[in-house]
Design a protein around this ligand. Structure first.
Ligand SMILES: Nc1ncnc2c1ncn2[C@@H]1O[C@H](COP(=O)(O)OP(=O)(O)OP(=O)(O)O)[C@@H](O)[C@H]1O
Length: 394
């Protein structure tokens, strides 16, 4: 197998991997032996090839890791393309380069624990074992975050504006509020609300002193559709809550007599404060998503026509939202081989077509493209993530 590979491939293989013959001369990337340590679970059985990387040099890892000012990296893309693996590998890479790092998941189907092969669940900071500098993980359950918000809001004077208005004897105004009924909003949340509240919860955490140490925050985001909804949601919530608060202050003087009769002034003020807090956090989230100095959204895809079409749409939506995007990871690319089996040969043609699509796609062609090879086993545990990180983040 190695004899048929280019000298560069041979050298890379000799340096990093175990050379084991494979059937039909097909190449595949083999995770090195050191990855089968404490955390890895499956043995590999094939040979390696080096990763390919194209694009501008000034967008290398050096640029990502320079400076101690806090930066946020959000990885998003279609389900199953490898977002968690890429996000976790970036977090490990930052931590190994001296950055106290936090990796956050707001995806309801958390896979950070699976990716690190450590239990990181519980909704609080958990330290990841392995990297040189502190690396912590935070898995936020979006549904739970919404429930918590609703409980607080209930405790503080009703399920929302509808009850709030009703309680003031102003139910008729609720009709005029139309879609701005917060109580119903929380009962049947529009798509993306959970993620928005979860992200707002992360922001709340990040304001706390104990989080100030983190210079890099990596988000393993929810899949494309959710992410998009999340991005547009802060605008929606800002507008809705903003209107609610304005309306409330307008009617406040006119209703002071009613409020004093009902004796609910304090509770209602608490509810309003809570709304105001949520609104402020949403504004912060939106600003953060758009701040080119501190934030970057990295799209992760695979070389299939469907995934690339979706990535193109994602990029277009992110552009509309003014979210900075500069890098596109194309994950699971077949490594080079001089003698494919029939299956690999067909697969390779398919992938080549998809990769060509990226080069001509008006949305994607300007991005720095980072290719990651398909390896022959699941990427699990810090050593394996280290390995992937060395390939992706150069
Ligand atoms: N380059 C690769 N080679 C081989 N396997 C990979 C590669 N990248 C990711 N995988 C594997 O693919 C699976 C899905 O990866 P991952 O969980 O990172 O994707 P995801 O996009 O976060 O998925 P989801 O959308 O479900 O959260 C995992 O088993 C992971 O180990």
């Amino acid at each position: 197998m190695l004899a048929t590979a280019s000298p560069h491939l041979q050298a890379a293989a000799r340096r990093l991997f175990l050379a084991v013959p494979v059937n039909q001369g097909c190449s595949s990337i083999r995770l090195p032996r050191r990855c089968f340590g404490r955390y890895a679970s499956v043995r590999a059985a094939s040979v390696t090839a080096p990763p390919a990387k194209e694009g501008a040099d000034d967008l290398g890892f050096l640029e990502m890791s320079s400076g101690t000012r806090r930066r946020y990296y959000m990885l998003g893309g279609k389900g199953g393309v490898g977002k968690t693996s890429c996000a976790a590998s970036l977090a490990v890479r930052f931590a190994n380069n001296g950055h106290p790092t936090l990796v956050v998941s707001t995806d309801p189907a958390h896979s950070l624990s699976d990716s690190f092969a450590q239990d990181l669940s519980g909704g609080t900071l958990v330290q990841v074992e392995g990297p040189d500098s502190p690396l912590f993980a935070l898995e936020i359950n979006p549904e739970k975050a919404r429930e918590e918000f609703r409980t607080v809001s209930q405790k503080n004077g009703g399920t929302g504006v509808k009850d709030f208005m009703d309680s003031m004897g102003l139910g008729v105004l609720v009709e005029q509020l139309g879609e701005l009924k917060l109580g119903e909003l929380l009962d049947t949340p529009p798509p993306g609300l959970d993620e928005a509240i979860a992200i707002s919860k992360v922001m709340q955490f990040l304001e706390a002193q104990e989080y100030s140490m983190f210079s890099r925050i990596v988000f393993d985001t929810a899949p494309t559709g959710h992410t998009l909804r999340l991005l547009s949601l802060p605008d929606f919530l800002d507008a809705s809550i903003g209107k609610i608060l304005k309306l409330r202050s307008k009617i406040a003087s006119a209703t002071s007599a009613i409020k004093s009769v009902f004796g609910q002034e304090v509770q209602q003020q608490d509810a309003a404060n809570k709304l105001e807090q949520l609104r402020e956090r949403m504004v912060k989230v939106r600003e953060l998503f758009r701040d080119t100095e501190s934030t970057e959204f990295i799209i992760v895809t695979i070389p299939t026509v469907m995934a690339i079409s979706e990535s193109s749409r994602l990029h277009s939506s992110l552009q509309k939202e003014s979210v900075p995007v500069r890098r596109l990871i194309v994950n699971q690319v077949l490594p080079p081989s001089t003698s494919d089996c029939k299956f690999c040969s067909i697969k390779r043609k398919d992938q080549t077509r998809a990769l060509d699509m990226i080069r001509t796609d008006p949305e994607l062609k300007g991005l720095n493209i980072i290719q990651a090879p398909l390896v022959d086993m699941e990427i699990r545990g810090v050593p394996a993530l280290n390995f992937l990180g060395d390939i992706l983040w150069k």
